[in-house]
Design a protein around this ligand. Sequence first.
Ligand code: ATP
Ligand code: MG
Length: 140
Amino acid sequence: MALQRTFSILKPDVTRRNLTGAVNAKIEAAGLRIVAQKRVHMSLAEAETFYGVHRARPFFGELTQMMSAAPVVVQVLEGDNAIARYRDVMGATNPANAVPGTIRKEFALSMGENSVHGSDAPETAAVEIAQFFAGNEIVG
Ligand code: ATP
Ligand code: MG
């Protein structure tokens, strides 16, 4: 598998509890390289753009409020098969169903406050990376 990039967010429940380093340690231990990273406080409009695919879902308001209520850390991760690899390290959306050792099993508080986001396909990864990073901010 060729080198691939994925987009990651360490959500407000991670920054609030000072777990940025602990989550990054799991990311790096999984063989993913953090090739871009910054802390941002999203506006509600930015969160609504980011999660636009979920606009019709009942949790959209709660999700976008939560994502814009406090700082997050946005990242680009690089590695072999990075998109699937990161989804494996993240664990299931609902932490109750996440496999032991995954980020969500270890750190997530609930289905909503589930610690991390990771892109689900190459097309979404490209769009999500471009929302937050200029090309020269990504250093592989
Ligand atoms: P993400 O897109 O954040 O990486 P995911 O792909 O595992 O997570 P999605 O189905 O895309 O899950 O949902 C996006 C996010 O919306 C979830 O990570 C979670 O924070 C929130 N969410 C999903 N389902 C619910 C729900 N039933 N109640 C509250 N929040 C939810
Ligand atoms: Mg998703």
